[in-house]
Design a protein around this ligand. Structure first.
Ligand code: NDP
Length: 401
């Protein structure tokens, strides 16, 4: 049994709150706090029954967050605000003496760059305090690392090639919208791509490598090589990996919109003066784009995210594909959210669940692949996202190519 504080009342926060509320035996008291309290209240109303307490917090402000943690008596903080808040919330957890988890690694506001170094640097502090920080426990990062750990535990002696393949085969009916926070999403896509090969990171121009990949139940989709944060921890924790890449699908209309926005300077994070006031173009763009949490109704199609792996077991070459498909309509029926928020929120609740029950609890700063994948994948499946697997089949695209 644990008291939990969820910070961030966006698309992902809504799913985490709905899902935690359904496990009263584990999450005995739940507080949802965010910058805008009315958004917390709207989610609490959806759930009903006075199950959720709400509060206003600016999570950039450490003393404010510490005071809220103490007031709520929370033992675990689930951070589903933005990556900018990771370090201040980790500081607040240390000061208040509570456990921490998030779904995306830290990014400084003024540089579009993400890496684990800032959060890994908290290792000793958390260990000494006897507290746990679980990093990146959404779908990707998150479940993709558990899939890799599951493959390493049950199917391989050595993993050599890893391709994470992420497809959103859905249609929300809007001309242009991002499925998670637009500012973070656009920063991720417009920066240089990167993949790991033979011990080195190879940098490429944004979206310059792409190919058609076939996704189960969806079909062929053009998929673009991006840098994604879990690659950094996976190649560290599975040193036999020779190559690790991350692919994500984008439709042509999405790319055209993005190119126009880039060309006119709307994706820039450099402040400009507008009517005597400093504004950041990308933050202004976010303000006019649809909220990820508003895309759920009438969203059709499915997401498909998984890991395609090649390696050896008992001296024999082997291929393995593990994935989940999630229907946007089913996600909406379950939690009034679209599939991308859902596929992030379900694993976040599941990670917090295993911390609360003690099954995953250990002092220090951890990535998901360092934890036992079995209870996690079981819980994620029971809560709406079962996995499929295929062993020794020809993978949808060639290795190596
Ligand atoms: P949203 O923009 O929908 O929600 C973010 C929420 O955080 C908003 O409610 C926002 O408040 C709140 N917030 C922002 N700044 C602060 C602050 N200083 N103090 C308190 N609250 C704040 O984003 P998503 O729900 O789509 O994404 C949430 C997180 O999940 C992001 O970090 C994202 O990168 C991550 N993510 C991870 C994925 C994975 O698979 N691992 C996939 C998708 C997302 P306000 O409403 O006032 O703006």
């Amino acid at each position: 049994m644990a008291k939990v504080l969820i910070i961030g009342a966006g698309g992902v926060g809504a799913v985490v709150t709905h899902k935690c509320a359904r496990h009263p035996d584990v999450f005995e008291e739940i507080t949802l706090a965010s910058r805008t309290k009315s958004k917390c209240d709207a989610i609490a109303d959806q759930i009903g029954g006075d199950r959720i307490q709400t509060a206003q917090v600016d999570a950039d402000n450490v003393p404010e967050t510490v005071a809220l943690i103490k007031k709520t008596g929370a033992e675990i903080v689930i951070n589903v605000a933005l990556p900018y808040q990771d370090l201040p919330i980790m500081d607040a957890c240390l000061e208040a003496g509570v456990h921490y988890m998030d779904t995306a690694n830290y990014e400084p506001k003024d540089v579009a760059k993400f890496e684990y170094s800032w959060q890994w640097a908290y290792q000793e502090k958390f260990k000494e305090a006897g507290l746990m920080a679980l990093l990146g426990c959404g779908f990707d990062p998150g479940v993709t690392q558990a899939y890799t750990a599951y493959a390493a535990k049950h199917h391989f002696d050595e993993i050599h090639y890893l391709d994470i393949v992420d497809c959103n085969g859905g249609d929300h009916g809007k001309a242009f919208a991002t499925n998670f926070n637009p500012e973070i999403n656009i920063r991720e896509i417009t920066q240089k791509g990167k993949y790991f090969e033979n011990g080195e990171w190879i940098e490429i121009d944004p979206m310059s490598i792409h190919k058609s990949i076939s996704y189960p139940n969806i079909g062929e989709r053009e998929s673009y090589l991006l840098y994604h944060e879990e690659l950094e921890s996976l190649v560290k924790h599975f040193p036999t990996i020779k190559r690790a890449r991350f692919w994500m699908t984008f439709g042509q209309a999405y790319i055209t919109h993005l190119q126009v926005l880039e060309n006119v300077g709307m994706t820039s994070i450099k402040p400009v003066m507008y009517e005597g006031k400093e504004i950041v173009p990308l933050q202004f763009l976010k303000a006019v784009l649809p909220e990820p949490s508003d895309l759920g109704e009438n969203y059709t199609g499915e997401t498909s995210i998984g890991c395609q792996i090649r390696g050896v077991q008992n001296g024999v070459d082997k291929t393995y594909y593990i994935w989940n498909n999630c229907s946007h309509a089913d996600a909406y029926k379950d939690t009034m959210s679209q599939g991308v928020s859902y596929t992030t929120g379900v694993p976040a609740m599941s990670g917090a669940y295993l911390m609360a029950t003690g099954e995953w609890l250990k002092p220090g700063v951890w990535n998901v692949e360092q934890m036992d994948p079995d209870p996690f994948l079981k819980l994620v499946a029971e809560n709406g996202l079962p996995f499929n697997e295929k062993v020794n089949v020809e993978l949808p695209h060639e290795y190596p190519d």
